[in-house]
Design a protein around this ligand. Sequence first.
Ligand code: EPZ
Length: 419
Amino acid sequence: MEKFVINGKTRLKGEVSISGAKNAAVAILPATLLVNGICTIENLPNISDINIYCDILKTLGVKISRPEPNTVIVDTRFVSCNDAPLEMTGKFRASYYLIGSLLGRCHKAVVGMPGGCKLGARPIDQHAKAFEALGATVEIGQGKIMATAEKLVGGSIYLDTVSVGATINAILASVLADGTTTIENVAKEPHVVDIANFLNTMGADIHGAGTDIIKINGVKELHGGTYSIVPDQIEAGTFMLAAVATRGDIIIKNCITKHLDPLSAKIREMGAIVEEISGDTIRVCCNERPKNVDIKTLPYPGFPTDLQSPMGVALSTAEGTSMIAETIWESRFQYTAELNRMGAKINVQGKVAFFEGVDELYGSIVSASDLRAGAALVIAGIAANGTTEVHNLQYIDRGYENIEEKFRALGADIKRVTE
Ligand code: EPZ
């Protein structure tokens, strides 16, 4: 097992370049199954979820080459349409995109139940609803999801709840269907827009991604091409909050500042400086103790749930008492118990957490409970006085490329140690 050993306290300073978005990449890779051709995907984050996906695609007859760590060339002309390996799809959540892709390409999908971070119940009823609206039969049982269809016919889908995964899976299953599909009450996250842009680059006919209604006119076939993944909004936000939590000054490059608006607004409310240097570069500087704020996580363009835990670290040493209401997931405050071991004063009551700002955090031995909580604990260790060990790095490595190198380049004293 590995752990991070971090010696605080450090004010992070310097520049960091953001990788491609994990939550776009884990949708675009399976989406290549819909293409009868060769796709070159660039700006791919070099993280473990991507490596697992490449291995899964190879079991489905896909030829994959990786000329460099952030580029894959995917040849999907000879997809075998067999079942996805159940033991591999349980390793992460995004394996459910194989259902929409295999259903679209093969009219049949058998995929092991997805795994992923323990954030509470992670149902897939809305995914099934979307597939059934297109004429598929969906059965869930014996640890797998089976979806089959004689043919897929465009239909109207109104999602009961705003769901990133169900929105993307509905798009995947409808791009090769006969006729037009409309999807309403959709997610508008940047990665939803990115998957639509990728598919349109390969010949799909998708309109309205990023708005309230998405319309897909089915096409006969998708052709190959080259596509570059959108920069990771959540990784960029993680480093912005690291600047606030450590009272540092960080320039975040290769991001899309527009995607960070909900976070920038909150950081400004906290009294820190947020300077949009250009459309793809943003600077966050925090010279004094942040003011307290209240946060409510919401679907984009609301405050992202995936930045809730890094924000919690910044609020732990802010002035006064702050509040975070987590409206997306039932159980995404496990990290607060770890922060309390570091001297924070956080009181969780159901889906609301109250942060009574303390003067400083102290090093301790802590464990990640999901990938964003893991990144938050790294930030806490850098901000804390003393030495911190962060365990369960497998969560962090799923979603952050070279996280220790990036923090070290900003001045952090952080080492990855094998126990
Ligand atoms: C995606 O998860 C992200 N994962 C999550 O990021 C992120 O937290 C989440 O969207 C919200 O933004 C990937 O993109 C791989 P949802 P997803 O479907 O698609 C309920 C990270 O840190 N729901 O938008 O699983 C669900 O219970 C990860 O990168 C249903 O009720 O999330 C939740 O309350 C963690 N039925 C809400 O919708 C369904 O069929 C939003 O979930 C589907 C979802």
